[in-house]
Write a protein that binds this ligand. Structure first.
Ligand code: NAP
Length: 321
């Protein structure tokens, strides 16, 4: 149903049940029925009588409220734009290629080996979409801010952030150095914090956005020799749920995917004898393909997944149920 804004007032005082300022408006549906709505403060100064939009019912502790969002700020102009960290190889590369096939313009990123990343950007251009490669270490706050600024300069917006960059430094806890611990937490977990913090302010201004965090099955079940990695991935799951809760009212949907063992260079680095034992524990009896993760990212990124937030999706061949 489309609603038209027929009057409004920007309320500067906090208005229960909300704690901050909201606009109050009256909208009319196509049958002429009027109703009172709240409008987020981010639309202050942008509201116009006659603008069309949609209503979402937000459940609060004090009951349901009807929240109006003008379409002109929801329907963004041009193709959707995705930033995918760690997309020069493996799962990230499969994700950017799939998103490009689905019509996204993309930012390809890695911390090193820019030739590889630029190669992936060229592959995307061949699909007919726009792509740039930006070298940035996700654990470095300044580099991340510059990457997001460059993205905005090039594309004007960010519709989707996929926090995919990740590393391993496996050792049994007593043999794990503090440096191994710090490095994995810095890239895998602080990297997600840095990218999310930097990108989310642009999504909030736009009034919509999606964030998909690539966690891991070991963030749910733990794994021998991966204290640092499993802690970072468990942290991503908790961070996902918190950011989802904090931003659902701004129409920013945040979810995590927890892949099992997927055929990439990360898994190729594990000794063959151990991989054989891992495969024996996977009910489907095989490793996953990067494309099998990418396909699910594409679904979550699509308009079909408009009512999903704060969830963790397992793609693991049944390894963890
Ligand atoms: P991969 O093939 O090793 O790819 C990792 C990507 O991240 C590369 O593009 C790498 O490029 C980039 N990267 C590494 N450190 C970075 C940093 N500090 N800043 C920016 N980019 C960085 O690994 P993958 O298997 O595709 O893994 C992708 C994600 O899936 C990771 O988060 C991983 O933990 C997760 N995952 C993988 C599996 C699996 O079985 N493969 C299972 C569960 C979860 P550079 O090294 O050149 O920077």
């Amino acid at each position: 149903m489309i609603y038209k804004l027929i009057s409004y007032s920007e309320v500067k005082m906090p208005l229960p049940p909300r704690k901050s300022s909201y606009a109050i408006g009256i909208v009319q549906d196509t049958k002429g029925k009027k109703q009172i709505v709240q409008i987020d403060r981010k639309f202050f100064g942008k509201l116009k009588i006659g603008m069309s939009g949609q209503i979402e019912i937000h459940q609060t502790m004090d009951g349901a409220i009807n929240v109006f969002s003008p379409n002109s700020y929801k329907e963004k102009v041009g193709p959707k734009v995705a930033v995918v960290t760690g997309s020069s190889s493996g799962i990230g590369r499969a994700i950017v290629l799939k998103l490009a096939k689905d019509g996204f313009d993309v930012v390809v990123n890695s911390a090193s080996d820019s030739k590889k990343g630029e190669g992936v950007a060229r592959e995307i251009k061949k699909i007919g979409r726009s792509a740039i490669y930006i070298e940035a270490d996700v654990s470095d706050e300044m580099s991340v801010e510059q990457m997001i600024e460059k993205t905005i300069k090039k594309f004007g917006k960010i519709d989707l952030l996929v926090n995919n960059a990740g590393i391993t430094r496996d050792k049994k806890l007593e043999n794990m150095s503090k440096e191994d611990w710090d490095k994995v937490i810095a890239v895998n977990l602080t990297g997600v914090f840095n990218c999310t913090k930097s990108a989310i302010s642009y999504m909030q201004k736009e009034g919509s956005g999606k964030i998909i965090n690539i966690a891991s099955v070991v963030g749910e079940m733990g794994n021998f020799g991966q204290a640092n990695y499993s802690a970072s991935k468990g942290g991503i799951i908790a961070l996902t749920k918190t950011v989802a809760r904090e931003n659902a009212g701004d129409n920013i949907l945040v979810n995590a995917i927890a892949p099992g063992f997927i055929k990439t260079k990360m898994v190729e680095a594990i000794p063959k004898s151990i991989i054989k034992k891992v495969i024996e524990q996977i009910p489907m009896g095989r490793l996953g393909e990067p494309e099998e993760v990418a396909n699910f990212v594409a679904f979550l990124a699509s308009d079909k997944a408009g009512y999903i937030t704060g969830q963790v999706f397992n793609i693991n061949g049944g390894l963890y149920m």
